[in-house]
Design a protein around this ligand. Structure first.
Ligand SMILES: NC(=O)c1ccc[n+]([C@@H]2O[C@H](COP(=O)([O-])OP(=O)(O)OC[C@H]3O[C@@H](n4cnc5c(N)ncnc54)[C@H](OP(=O)(O)O)[C@@H]3O)[C@@H](O)[C@H]2O)c1
Length: 209
């Protein structure tokens, strides 16, 4: 085993199906040293999103064939650098949008130009636009907290502020907006509620009894 090849455990969707019929297991293997243009990351936390359920059911376009490792996003620490990687050092804390493959103890993630086409059978999503260094202002937050920012909060932010045009600060009563959030108890819904609160918007949420 070379220096950067590491023993690994990961989740595997062996057979797609409903929560009753799908076969999901854990697998032990090794992760090879990062190829050129990749960093190796020790994953501290991986997100499981509604989109993972859709992938497991076979309802998510472009997802890989079985067997595959699920996990939409991850936060962890850089443990090795592939040839040609610039801008990262071992020990950096990073957060990544993986779309699948995050539910693994270690992974190699491309940090160069985005893979084209985005996500194929052999090449997961990745590239410089799908990874960010975790700012030092979040050093008090665990990897599980940080990973929620990647999919849920970025989606919520875009819906609220870019699509919905809700100002980031609308505490002035003349500008105060009211936002109706369906699915308010879910991952994205919870993020929308918190961003509304931060912006000073009035929020109404719906959820099941
Ligand atoms: N960039 C993107 O396009 C993007 C990114 C992220 C998520 N999404 C989408 O956003 C949605 C929410 O994702 P999420 O990760 O927040 O999911 P989640 O955590 O599973 O939450 C989904 C919420 O939807 C509610 N719900 C489920 N079935 C419902 C139904 N038939 N009628 C009304 N409400 C229902 C549930 O409410 P109760 O708890 O009250 O039962 C649940 O809390 C999903 O459709 C997901 O695919 C899109």
């Amino acid at each position: 085993m070379s220096a950067a090849e590491v023993a690994n455990k990961r989740a595997v969707v062996e057979k797609r199906g409903t929560k009753e019929t799908a076969v999901v297991s854990t697998s032990s293997d090794t992760v090879p040293p990062p190829p050129p243009g990749h960093i190796q990351v020790k994953v501290g936390a991986a997100g499981i999103a509604f989109a993972d359920c859709l992938q497991r059911c076979g309802l998510y376009p472009g997802s890989p064939p079985e067997p595959y490792t699920p996990g939409y996003d991850a936060c962890g620490t850089v443990t090795a650098l592939g040839e040609g990687v610039e801008g990262y050092t071992v020990g950096d804390r990073v957060a990544m949008l993986c779309v699948w493959g995050a539910a693994s103890q270690h992974l190699n993630f491309p940090v160069g130009a985005p893979s084209k086409p985005h996500g194929s059978k052999s090449q997961p999503f990745g590239g410089a636009s799908h990874i960010a260094k975790v700012p030092s202002s979040l050093k008090g937050s665990g990897d599980g907290e940080v990973v929620s920012l990647v999919l849920n909060y970025v989606t919520a932010y875009q819906m609220l502020h870019r699509v919905g045009n809700i100002p980031r600060s609308c505490t002035d009563s003349s500008e105060r907006k009211t936002v109706l959030v369906h699915g308010a108890a879910g991952g994205v819904g919870t993020a929308v509620l918190e961003l509304c609160k931060a912006a000073g918007a009035r929020c109404i949420g719906t959820c099941s009894g």
